[in-house]
Every structure is written in C-alpha cells, then in structure tokens.
Design a protein around this ligand. Structure first.
Ligand SMILES: *[C@@H]1O[C@H](CO)[C@@H](O)[C@H](O)[C@H]1NC(C)=O
Ligand SMILES: *[C@@H]1O[C@H](CO)[C@@H](O)[C@H](O)[C@H]1NC(C)=O
Ligand SMILES: *[C@@H]1O[C@H](CO)[C@@H](O)[C@H](O)[C@H]1NC(C)=O
Ligand SMILES: *[C@@H]1O[C@H](CO)[C@@H](O)[C@H](O)[C@H]1NC(C)=O
Length: 633
C-alpha cells in the first residue's frame, strides 16, 4: 500500500487529462459550429484517445462476442438486434450469437391450436434472425430443442476458451446505445489489459443504471453526482460484460455446488428471496453467492439523470408479468456532455459491497507511516483491536471476520506473516499488517540479534509490540487478541475500558489490553519491547506451563510483571464463555457474555463443532460468511 503517493498520482493524471481536453477542445472548435460535439459518435472522442483503433492495447487474440438471449418476443428481439447493429464498432470484429429458447411443452392433445401458434411464432423468430444482416463478424443462431429457462440460457451461453475472450450478454428486451461498444472496449483496454489498472477482483462491467442495494431489501441506491465509474459487487443483468477468468471460475464453482446440492442461499440478500420464489428459473442467486464468496466486483457507470448505455424495456416475460417500460434513458450517440472514454485510474475508483458500504481493498501496511495512517482511519473511540493471524487456521479467522461484519466491528487490524492468505484478506477490504515488512522498516533495530531462533515467534512478538507502541503514540487503547475467540457483542471492548488498569490481561484467554495512557506509554518503550523479545527467545526452551502460552500476549504480561508493573487479571467467568472439547451442553444464554473463547490447543474440528452447536459458526463450505449483514452507515 502506498497511500500518500497514490493520492498524488491520479491527480497528476487528471490534470494531464484536463489539459489534454482543453487543447483538444480548442483545436477542434473550427470543426464544429456549436459548443457541443457533433452527433457522429466517432467524433466524440479525441483521436489520440481513441483506443478502438489502437489494436496494440489489447492482445492479438482479443475477441468480443455478443450473446443475445431470446425466447418468444420477436418485437423485443428486433429492437435489440437493431440497436446492436447501429453501434459503432470501429474496425473491430464483433460476433453475434443468438440463443433462442424453446417454448414450454404444452399438452398437444387438447390445445393443438395453441401449439400451431407457438410453432409459428418460433419459426418467425428463426426466420427473422436468419434474415438479419450482421456485418461486423460471425453470426450464429442456437435454437434450443426444449425449454431450458434463463439460468441455462445464461450459463450455457459461454465457456471461455482463452483469457482474451470477452462476452457481452444481453437479454432480448434490452436496447443499447450506439456508444456502448466504444465504452466497453475502453473498459477492457484500461481495466483488463493495462496492468497498472488491473485487479483480479473485477469480473466485468454492467451498462445498466445501478439501481438497488441488494443487502438492504433492494433499497434505492444513492450515489453522489461526482462519481462516474465505480465498483459494486452486484451483477447487472441488463447488459453485462463478462471477463473470461472469473466467468470460468464461476462455471466450475456452480458445477460443484449444483452437483453437491449446495444451494446458493445468502441470508440478508433480497435476491435470496427471489431464489426461494423462482428457484432454478433464475441464475443470479448463484452468481451472487459466488461473487460474495470470492469478494469480486463489477464496474458500473453513473451518468446522472437516469441515463445509461443499456436500458431494459422490461417487456412482459419471465422477469415481468406485464410490460414495465424502460428503466432508464438511453444515451444517444450525440450526448455531448459526457466523455465516455474517460477511464479514471483504478486507484481513485470507489468500491462498494452488497450493502453499498465502501470497501477499501489493498490496505497492506508495510511501514510505520502507513501504519499510523491506517490506525487513524480504523480506530473507533480511540480503540484498536489487533488480531494476530499467527498459527490460527484460516477458516477460524474467516469466521471471526464474519462476526466482525455481523456486529459492525470495524476498528480492527490484522497482523500476520507474509502469505497469500494475508493478501487475500487485504484484497477483500480488511486492513492487514505484513509482519516481516513492517519489521524491516525498523531501522537500526536489534531484530538481527534473534536470527537463528524461532523467527516466527520473535517476529510476532516484535511486530505486535511495535503496533501497540504506535497505538500508544496516538493515545489509542489496544486490545491484542489471537483468533481463538469470537465476539458476541458489538461493544465488545469499548465500555469496559474505563475500569481497566493501564495493562490488563486474560487469566485464561489470550487477551492483552493496553490503555492509551501516558503511564503505559512511559513503560512501553523500545527497551521494554526488546526485553519482551528477549524473554520470548529465552522461553522457547521452557519456563511456561505449556506451549500454548508461548505467544505475545502471555509473554508481554509476564514481562510487565517482572518489570514490577501492576496488571489487572481479567476474570473470564464474568464476561466470557469457554468452549471445551468434552462439553457439548453449552448455550450462550447469559446476556453478560461478550466473547466465546477456547484454548489454542483445541483442534479445528472440535472448535467448529462447538461453535456450530452454539450457532456461532457462520462460515460456509467456501469459508465465506453465510449472511450479508448491513448496518446503518
Ligand atoms: C494467442 O493464441 C495463440 C494460440 O492459442 C498462442 O499460441 C499465443 O501465445 C497467443 N498470443 C498471446 C499474445 O497471448
Ligand atoms: C445531482 O444531479 C441531479 C441532476 O443533475 C440534480 O437534480 C441533483 O440535485 C444533484 N444532486 C446533488 C447532491 O448535487
Ligand atoms: C495504464 O494505466 C495507467 C494508470 O492509469 C496510465 O498512466 C497509462 O497511461 C495506461 N497505459 C496505457 C497503455 O493506456
Ligand atoms: C444439559 O442441559 C440440560 C438443560 O440445561 C440439562 O437438563 C441436562 O442435564 C444437561 N446434560 C448434561 C449431560 O449435562
């Protein structure tokens, strides 16, 4: 993460862009009689920004295919295909694949008149597509032999054969803007092929106007007028560009879940209600559950005044009982106040989850400047929860994070060794500290002295001690915990602070509290940190009752006591519940309990079983949360 630098870079780009626009505009004035650009779409864009004709910006293997999903609405299909044929494709080759679903079986004995009518309709559809001229690339018609419904229509429309294949899916009641392709090509050039703007989290782009917040009962989505492009997890089915890799990953995921009868149920989402009603007739609940488990995002536009590059006429059919009319205003080729190809750097775009809460991906703290900044942004009432990832199984951490989401606990930061897991947590929007990298930032430190010892333990001890010190520098309270617990209350560690000493530690649990006081700050100095590390080093051979106590929280408490510092020992009986292997008859009835914890020696299976019994195991087989929980923002 390079917070301060990144902020400057886009500004520079923007000003460069503005300068460019300015000079372009002025040099073009003689071409146009009025201040608005001409209605010819190709003149909307400055030539040198015209990525369309610059084939070096994409792979030579780049291919683009439109997949039109149709059923029995010939007028809709005609409007849709004509709008597609009217778009500007530059010199690009663009394929058109039309999938026509078959009508549902009807009892032929009693309703032969109906049947003839259906057959006639279908044949008119086929004739229409046959006669439709498509001069931009291959035209293909796939006519089903039986009714498969929307789910199979979508899913079977595409299996990506390479990472350079792109697909734009449109249902037949859509109409697209003549500018839609130029825009999508710009998206592909900028956010797929340009490595400095690429993110593995992005699965495509939706051209529909973003409308609702799926995690908040489908509430209307609110955006500020300054946002042009943004990222949002929800899929948009009215004109969706799909990137090959995530789509292939989805097909495999779907296959596995479907085969194992694992339903795409994601509590808290309005789409789960649709699934319960519509079942396998729709496909979006499957995709949405997949997206949630991977924490992927979709690019959306915000063109203001309810305008979009793709609109749905919401004709009567599977999704609508009766025609509802267009959902937005279609952007025509002559729209002069938009600069559609303005593809802002990814670093300045905002990311939103299913609750439409802003997500901040990629916060990996590697030095002390970044640490100060991140601590400042995550602290709540001057308190920080520092969660160690050392030695804790990944699913336990994921379960803990689901509890943080459930309880709206946001003032945490994760610290762990460099790993794919650590970076994945950061990609998903959790603030993380890379232990080794942060320690490398301690210039002239004695870290080297401990080489050859238990490097991971020493680095755990040192990094946590330094983060606590950084919290003290800003007068923040710090709660240092391992993953061996789940919170039961959102005010977990807040209101108790006043009654605590400068230092408090669990009797039985691995919890350390350091108050953001000047007394604590005076004790927790570099020399003390070094002593804690030394103790960790010497204790490896023994001296602690069990190996499970060989961790930062215990060692720090012991060091403090040896230092003559008074520590308040927290009595777990009063605020916590301990789960144990043998004890299967526990409930969380008591209101006073704030956490559930267990011994770090307990194995994963037993922890999971006990937490399941208590209803506190809230991750699924994909290690993702079983629910989306939105809070007031
Ligand atoms: C394009 O595809 C061919 C055949 O699959 C492959 O050999 C080649 O490496 C690809 N080129 C690029 C630039 O990806
Ligand atoms: C956003 O723009 C719309 C249309 O131009 C306008 O009606 C609205 O007041 C604007 N909202 C804000 C917050 O500026
Ligand atoms: C790639 O993106 C960066 C950052 O937005 C930009 O500076 C650069 O010009 C882009 N490269 C190309 C070839 O467009
Ligand atoms: C489990 O709890 C129930 C109700 O609290 C109690 O009646 C029962 O005796 C307990 N069983 C065991 C094995 O402790």
């Amino acid at each position: 993460m390079t917070l301060p630098k990144k902020r400057l870079f886009p500004l520079f780009l923007l000003s460069l862009f503005a300068l460019f626009l300015y000079s372009y505009y002025h040099s073009s004035l003689h071409l146009f009689s009025s201040h608005s650009f001409n209605s010819n779409p190709t003149t909307l864009f400055p030539a040198s920004l015209n990525h369309l004709r610059n084939s070096t910006l994409v792979s030579p293997n780049f291919s683009f295919t439109i997949k039109v999903l149709a059923f029995d609405r010939i007028n809709s299909l005609s409007r849709c295909l004509h709008s597609l044929a009217n778009a500007d494709y530059g010199d690009d080759r663009v394929n058109l694949h039309v999938f026509i679903d078959h009508f549902k079986e009807i009892d032929s004995g009693e309703r032969s008149a109906d049947l003839d009518k259906k057959l006639d309709e279908s044949h008119r559809m086929l004739n229409f597509v046959d006669g439709f001229s498509w001069k931009f690339g291959e035209k293909l018609l796939h006519y089903r032999t039986g009714n498969v419904g929307l789910q199979a229509q979508w899913l079977e429309a595409w299996w990506p054969c390479s990472d350079d294949e792109f697909v734009f899916v449109v249902e037949d009641d859509l109409e697209v803007s003549p500018l839609y392709y130029k825009f999508l090509k710009g998206i592909i050039v900028n956010y797929y092929y340009n490595s400095s703007n690429f993110s593995p989290s992005i699965y495509g782009a939706s051209l529909q106007r973003p409308r609702f917040v799926a995690g908040k009962h489908g509430n209307k989505l609110q955006l500020d007028n300054g946002t042009r492009l943004f990222l949002y997890q929800l899929v948009g089915t009215w004109g969706q560009l799909l990137f090959p890799k995530p789509w292939k990953e989805f097909r495999l995921w779907y296959d596995e879940h479907k085969a194992k009868s694992i339903k795409p149920v994601l509590q808290g989402m309005v789409t789960t209600g649709w699934y319960k009603k519509m079942g396998e007739r729709i496909w979006t609940p499957w995709f949405i559950k997949f997206i949630q488990s991977r924490a992927y995002f979709n690019i959306y536009t915000n063109f203001l005044n309810e305008r979009a590059l793709s609109v749905s006429h919401r004709d009567a059919g599977v999704n609508y009982g009766k025609t509802a009319g267009p959902d937005s205003y279609l952007i025509e080729g002559s729209s002069s106040d938009l600069n559609l190809l303005e593809m802002q750097p990814l670093s300045i775009l905002k990311w939103y989850d299913f609750c439409f809460r802003e997500v901040l991906p990629g916060r990996v703290v590697t030095n002390f400047d970044e640490l100060r900044h991140v601590l400042h942004t995550v602290q709540k009432q001057k308190s920080i929860i520092l969660v160690g990832l050392f030695r804790t199984p990944q699913t336990i951490i994921r379960n803990l994070l689901c509890h943080f989401e459930r309880l709206d606990i946001q003032n945490y930061i994760l610290v762990g060794p460099e790993s794919e897991f650590l970076h994945d947590l950061a990609r998903r929007g959790n603030p993380v500290i890379s232990a080794q990298k942060l320690l490398n930032d301690i210039r002239g430190h004695k870290v080297m002295d401990f080489q050859g010892s238990d490097a991971e333990l020493i680095s755990e001890v040192l990094v946590k001690a330094y983060v606590v010190k950084r919290c003290l520098d800003s007068s923040y309270n710090s709660w240092v915990i391992n993953g061996d617990m789940v919170p039961l209350k959102s005010d977990l560690f807040s209101d108790a602070n006043e009654q605590l000493y400068d230092f408090s530690a669990g009797r039985d649990s691995d919890i350390l509290f350091v108050k953001g006081s000047s007394t604590a700050s005076g004790i927790w100095i570099d020399d003390f940190i070094y002593k804690v590390a030394e103790m960790a080093n010497s204790l490896r051979g023994g001296g602690f009752p069990s190996k499970s106590h060989l961790h930062f929280e215990g060692i720090a408490a012991k060091s403090l006591e040896e230092h003559g510092v008074r520590i308040k020992r927290l009595d777990e009986m009063s605020f916590a519940m301990k789960v144990e292997t043998g004890n299967t008859n526990q409930t969380v009835a008591e209101d006073r309990k704030r956490i559930i914890f267990w011994s770090s020696e307990m194995d994963l299976d037993n922890i999971q079983k006990r937490l399941e019994d208590l209803g506190m195991w809230i991750v699924d087989g994909d290690s993702s949360c079983t629910a989306v929980v939105c809070h007031q923002s």
